[in-house]
Design a protein around this ligand. Structure first.
Ligand code: 6R9
Length: 682
């Protein structure tokens, strides 16, 4: 393994023994029961005897709550003097002021001190059964050598480094090496096109790119270095490209290119950690807006790290020794927070999944669960819906008894997929946590857990705000909806440590997008319903709302019903201008494998189903069957593209750099034309 380096003779560990929650003396001194084992800091919070009590403290005594966690769960070089200075009205958010720390030290050194041989990463390579385990000591060594290589190449504190790599230990070491030397990483999903990559390199003004010669995904070789070559041709600022060898295949190297492993071998494993201020930049991560160029959301050091760690611990009930399996790519915020920063800050063992859910067959996830003894599995509804199409057999042939909790993220999880995940994958034994959050929020904000043991979990609902999160629903006029059983724009009414601080080089856009629509609130762009019991259910992006005959309908709500049809594997509902109703619903359907139903019958049955479950006015005008839906690389349906197609504006599809499968779009355009012709012919 080219990247696994020989053991170093000396390894300087930059830390004191951990004061982490599990080794804390405070816990032993407490005799008040299980709550302090759960959250030792609670001993200092008056009135926090149970979960609701703790939540109340977290939103009402914000400084006490986050101050105690900040002091206890992170390792500081210099302690902070104030917990926060935030004003959402003015767009001013700072946490842990005056504090200095190093994120890589928090994620590595302190664990090397207590458990050097504990496994930090399990790299689940594309080839099943070839996993590689990397201990905390080894990961620290890799990070140190890489940090020194970056420094020798001229990378300085504050410089942006673009990482274009699939999930692999060196990608994690690259992120942590940046954090160690004070550089700002920006990971670009290693599936994006050269244009998308170039846009992001230019926006970040990166002089350094780290990549691999080739990637492997689903058994296919991906020429990642070639993509980088094309991108850097139009990025004159790039001074160096560090190339790691994922496969044995040599690739042409130009004068910009630096063979990464060779250079790392020349470096020492000890790399002095930079002393970083809490609010220094940790990373940028690009996410696409519905219009305009992608936004480089900025996350800073202490607040982000603490929030990622705390949500990882409490949402998933992560315990020392557990194997945490988040199958997201590291190019996505989920990969940042729940493959890398959260688990490593907690000293956990985290899986880096390089493959796809269907390689070499649709049993891949569950075979991996069995082989690695994964305790918490965290995936996306799109993959669950895909696997559901292949039936239960692929799940049942593997032993999933290690699983304790199942997580879902990225989109609303429809009831059918939720039930299948819970009943088939989890054998009706593991809680399913539908976690709502965004690149902008840094970590999970609404999720059924944490809550009191045994508290109910309802299918397809994110339900409860996390510690420190105070959701609010607002109407069109900006009024706060205080009652239950209402829908509105989901906002968050006070700052939390994990929130993004700005958009890189465009603070104005940050203010306009998130803070100005509802002054004093952070606006998420999503709609939500608060049930009569006070639980939150996400109803989709607000720009995806359809207004049929004056009734606002969430696309997610309609899709949930459509997906209940026995033949439907997946659907996307789009609004289009309708002479009478204002807007009508146009439904795209992907059929389950092996189902055979005529277009006409399906269309009639779906109309009936929607009429029955919602109302007649909501029943779809058009039903188009297609082989696949256009999706982003992280699996979100690109509704914006479908909308242009149904509005007959296929020549205005806009930015397609994040699109996964261009053929899907062609097929849908053709299908749409055919459907209209058939309708007109009738
Ligand atoms: C983590 C992540 C954020 C958008 C978000 C929302 C949708 C994410 C969801 C969900 C319903 C959930 N979303 N989780 N919708 N239920 N559990 O996905 O970040 O890529 O920035 O996307 O995804 O619309 O606003 P990001």
């Amino acid at each position: 393994m080219a990247w696994l380096l020989p053991r170093a003779c000396c390894l300087k560990v930059f830390c004191q023994p951990s004061r982490g929650p599990f080794s804390s003396g405070i816990a032993k001194a407490w005799s008040g029961g299980p709550l302090t084992a759960y959250m030792p800091e609670a001993v200092a919070f008056a009135g926090s005897r149970d979960h609701p009590g703790l939540y109340t403290v977290s939103v009402e005594q914000v400084d006490e709550f986050w101050g105690a966690l900040g002091r206890n769960r992170l390792m500081w070089i210099n302690p902070f003097h104030s917990v926060k200075d935030c004003n959402l009205q003015q767009g001013w958010v700072s946490w842990f002021l005056g504090g200095q720390l190093n994120v890589a030290v928090n994620c590595l050194d302190r664990h090397v001190h207590t458990a050097p041989n504990k496994v930090a990463l399990i790299w689940e390579k594309d080839e099943p059964g070839k996993e590689v385990r990397v201990t905390y000591r080894e990961l620290l060594e890799l990070t140190g050598r890489l940090g020194n290589t970056l420094k020798r190449q001229g990378v300085k504190r504050g410089d942006r480094v673009t990482i274009y790599m699939p999930p692999c230990p060196l990608a994690v070491a690259s992120m942590l090496a940046c954090a160690r030397i004070g550089a700002v990483h920006t990971v670009v999903f290693a599936g994006f096109s050269s244009e998308a990559l170039a846009d992001r390199i230019r926006d970040a003004q990166s002089e350094t790119v780290i990549t691999v010669n080739q990637g492997l995904r689903g058994g296919k070789v991906i020429e990642l270095k070639q993509t980088v070559d094309q991108a850097v041709r139009v990025c004159p600022l790039v001074k160096r490209v560090l190339v790691s060898m994922r496969t044995e295949q040599k690739v042409p190297m130009s004068e910009l290119d630096v063979p990464l492993e060779e250079e790392m071998m020349k470096e020492d494993v000890c790399c002095e950690p930079a002393v970083m201020e809490s609010e220094d930049l940790l990373f940028l991560l690009y996410t696409s807006g519905s219009t305009g160029k992608p936004k480089g959301l900025v996350h800073s050091q202490a607040g982000y790290l603490l929030y990622a760690a705390i949500t990882h611990k409490y949402v998933f009930d992560y315990h020392d020794g557990d194997v945490f399996g988040c199958v997201a790519d590291i190019g996505w915020i989920t990969g940042h927070s729940y493959v890398v920063y959260g688990p490593l800050c907690n000293g956990g063992t985290t899986v880096l999944f390089e493959s796809t859910p269907v390689y070499p067959n649709p049993g891949r996830y569950w075979e991996t669960v069995e082989r690695l003894r994964i305790n918490q599995f965290y995936g996306a509804p799109t993959a669950i819906r895909l696997l559901l199409r292949y039936g239960d057999e692929w799940v049942k042939r593997y032993d999933r008894s290690s699983l304790k909790i199942l997580g879902s993220v990225g989109e609303p999880i429809n009831t059918e997929a939720w039930e299948w995940y819970f009943n088939v994958v989890g054998d009706a034994r593991c809680p399913v946590v539908d976690t709502w959050w965004q690149t902008e929020t840094g970590g999970i904000c609404i999720s059924p857990r944490p809550s009191s043991p045994g508290d109910e979990i309802l299918p397809g609902m994110a339900m409860r705000p996390f510690f420190g999160i105070s959701p609010a629903l607002l109407d069109d006029k900006g009024n706060i909806l205080t009652q239950n059983n209402v829908s509105g724009a989901l906002c968050i009414s006070q700052a939390w440590p994990g929130m993004a601080r700005t958009i890189y080089n465009d603070h104005k856009r940050f203010l306009e997008t998130y803070l100005m629509p509802y002054p004093g609130f952070f606006f998420t762009g999503d709609g939500a319903y608060r049930s009569s019991q006070g639980y939150y259910q996400l109803t989709g992006r607000l720009d995806d709302v359809i207004n049929v005959s004056g009734h606002r309908l969430g696309t997610a709500e309609l899709e949930d019903i459509v997906n209940q049809h026995r033949a439907v594997a997946e659907s996307a509902v789009i609004g289009f201008p309708h002479e009478i109703k204002g807007e009508g619903a146009y439904v795209f359907i992907v059929l389950k494998k092996g189902t055979d139903v005529s277009q006409e019958r399906l269309s009639n049955e779906l109309k009936e189903l929607v009429s029955k479950k919602i109302a007649k006015y909501a029943s779809p005008e058009y039903v188009q069957v297609t082989k696949r839906l256009p999706k982003t690389r992280s699996g979100k349906i690109m509704r914006r593209v479908l909308k242009k197609i149904v509005e007959d504006k296929a020549d205005e599809l806009g930015d397609l750099t994040t699109l996964d499968d261009h053929e899907a779009v062609e097929e849908i355009i053709e299908g749409h034309k055919r459907l209209l012709q058939e309708e007109q012919g009738q």
